[in-house]
Design a protein around this ligand. Structure first.
Ligand SMILES: Nc1ncnc2c1ncn2[C@@H]1O[C@H](COP(=O)(O)OP(=O)(O)OP(=O)(O)O)[C@@H](O)[C@H]1O
Length: 308
C-alpha cells in the first residue's frame, strides 16, 4: 500500500486562531483503499483539521494535497476528488432516496444518470431506494448520505463521526459496508471518531491526536498486537502487590482499580511475576489477561484526557 501515491497527503498542517495554536504540525498520508482513523479526545483539534481538509478554513501553515493536487493552490482540482459527510447528511425526508440523489446529481451538474444506479448498488439500497426517506432507519440515511458523497466518483471519502447515533447493528452494517467500499472501489476513507472499539474494528491505520498535536500514526494491528498483554491482578494485600509490580522494569501502566490492579507486561513474564508475588507473601487470587485494545493505547497516550 505504501508504494502507491497517497490520495490525501497532509504536511506540517497548522492552524492558529486568536493567537492560540489549535492544530500544530500535523502530518499523515491516506492511501487508496485504506481506512484511516482520526482519533482524539474532546477539543483535540479533529473538527478544525477536517475543516481544513475540505477547504472550509485556511491553514495558517502546511499543505494539504488531494489526489496530488494542492488544496490551497488548486482548490477545484483537489476538491473534486473528495466526497464528505461532515455533519449528519441533510436529506429531504418527503422525497424518495432516488429523488434525493437525482436532486444532488442535478446540483452537482456533471453526473451521468447511470452513476445514480451505481451508487445505489454500492450502498446496497436497491430495495428501498424508491421509498420516502422519512421511512428510512438512521443507518439507511447514513448510507444514502454516503451514496450522495460518492456521486462524483471521489478518490477520498471523509466521514466525521459516521457511527454517531447508530445502534450496534447499524454500526456493524456501516463498518462492513465501508470496508467493502474501500477494498472494492479503492477509495481512501478518512474517518474521525471517538468510538475506539469501532475504529479498532474498522480502520487499517490510525492517527491519534491530542491538544492539536499528532501523538502517533500506526497500523491498528501493530498498535494492539504489541508484546505486552493487559493483566488484571486480584492481590492481597493490594498495596504491596501494586508496589511490587511498579518496581519491575518490564511492567508498565500499573493502576489500582476498585478490586484489582491493572498492568501491562510481556506474556512470557507472567509466570515469574506470579512466583515473585508468592515469594513476597502476596496472595494472588485472580489473574485476568487480555490483549491490549485501542482504548488502552489511546488512554495511555492522551493521559486520560476526556474522550470526545
Ligand atoms: N473559531 C475558533 N475560535 C477559537 N477557538 C476555536 C475555534 N475553533 C476551535 N477552537 C478551539 O480549538 C480546540 C479544538 O477544537 P476542535 O473542534 O477542532 O476539536 P475536536 O477534536 O473536534 O473536538 P470535539 O470532538 O469536541 O469537536 C478547542 O479547544 C476549541 O475550543
Amino acid at each position: 500500500m505504501a508504494q502507491r501515491e497517497p490520495v490525501l497527503s497532509v504536511k506540517s498542517l497548522c492552524k492558529r486562531i486568536g493567537g492560540r495554536e489549535i492544530v500544530k504540525d500535523i502530518q499523515f498520508d491516506v492511501f487508496p483503499g485504506e481506512i484511516f482513523g482520526f482519533l482524539g479526545p474532546n477539543g483535540a483539534g479533529k473538527t478544525t483539521t477536517i475543516r481544513m481538509l475540505v477547504g472550509l478554513i485556511r491553514p495558517t501553515g502546511g499543505t494539504v494535497h488531494i489526489a496530488g493536487h494542492n488544496l490551497q493552490r488548486d482548490f477545484l482540482k483537489a476538491i473534486r476528488h473528495v466526497g464528505c459527510i461532515v455533519e449528519n447528511p441533510e436529506m429531504y425526508a418527503f422525497l424518495s432516496g432516488r429523488e434525493n440523489l437525482e436532486h444532488f446529481a442535478r446540483m452537482a451538474g456533471d453526473i451521468p444518470p447511470e452513476r445514480i444506479d451505481e451508487v445505489i448498488r454500492l450502498v446496497e439500497l436497491e430495495k428501498r431506494i424508491d421509498d420516502k426517506v422519512k421511512t428510512y432507519s438512521l443507518g439507511m440515511r447514513q448510507r444514502l448520505g454516503i451514496a450522495q458523497a460518492l456521486l462524483g466518483r471521489p478518490k477520498l471519502l471523509i466521514l466525521d463521526e459516521p457511527t454517531n447515533g447508530l445502534d450496534p447493528a447499524g454500526i456493524r452494517e456501516l463498518r462492513d459496508f465501508i470496508r467493502k467500499l474501500a477494498r472494492g472501489e479503492g477509495i481512501g476513507v478518512f474517518i474521525s471518531s471517538h468510538i475506539l472499539h469501532e475504529v479498532q474494528l474498522m480502520c487499517d491505520r490510525v492517527a491519534i491526536i491530542s491538544r492539536g498535536r499528532l501523538l502517533k500514526t500506526d497500523r491498528v494491528d501493530r498498535l494492539v498486537d504489541g508484546d505486552s498483554l493487559v493483566v488484571e491482578w486480584t492481590l492481597d494485600p493490594p498495596e504491596r502487590g501494586a508496589e511490587l509490580l511498579n518496581d519491575l522494569p518490564y511492567v508498565s501502566n500499573v493502576e489500582r482499580r476498585e478490586n484489582h490492579i491493572s498492568s501491562q507486561l510481556p506474556e512470557e513474564r507472567i509466570g515469574e511475576t506470579v512466583r515473585m508475588m508468592v515469594d513476597a507473601g502476596i496472595l494472588v487470587s485472580g489473574i485476568h489477561r487480555r490483549r491490549k485494545t485501542l482504548e488502552d493505547i489511546f488512554l495511555q497516550m492522551t493521559e486520560g484526557d476526556p474522550i470526545a
